[in-house]
Design a protein around this ligand. Structure first.
Ligand SMILES: [Zn+2]
Length: 95
């Protein structure tokens, strides 16, 4: 599974805390799965910031950048596409 880190908006923190107290692992799993799906569908969600391992934010509008594959390889494109067409080079992996 992809590694996804997420931070909860302060306004949602209390609700999330309650939900999480019932089933911490299940809740986190659902969150990560949902956020991964959302990131894949390039939907930016209000209140929850999506951060991938190589977290990057759009320099133009501040939306999270999502990984895309183009004819020149993998790059980051703004998740607000097509409203915002900002792109960034993918940082090279040194693993
Ligand atoms: Zn953008």
């Amino acid at each position: 599974m992809k590694k996804v880190q997420f931070t909860i908006h302060p306004a949602l923190a209390d609700k999330v805390k309650i939900l999480r107290s019932f089933d911490k692992e299940g809740f986190d799993k659902i969150c990560v799965e949902a956020l991964t799906k959302l990131a894949d569908k390039q939907i930016a969600m209000r209140g929850i910031e999506i951060k991938s391992e190589h977290a990057a934010l759009c320099k133009k509008c501040g939306s999270p950048m999502v990984e895309r594959t183009g004819k020149n390889g993998v790059f980051y494109g703004c998740s607000a596409y097509p409203k915002c067409r900002s792109t960034q080079k993918k940082p090279s992996d040194k693993e």
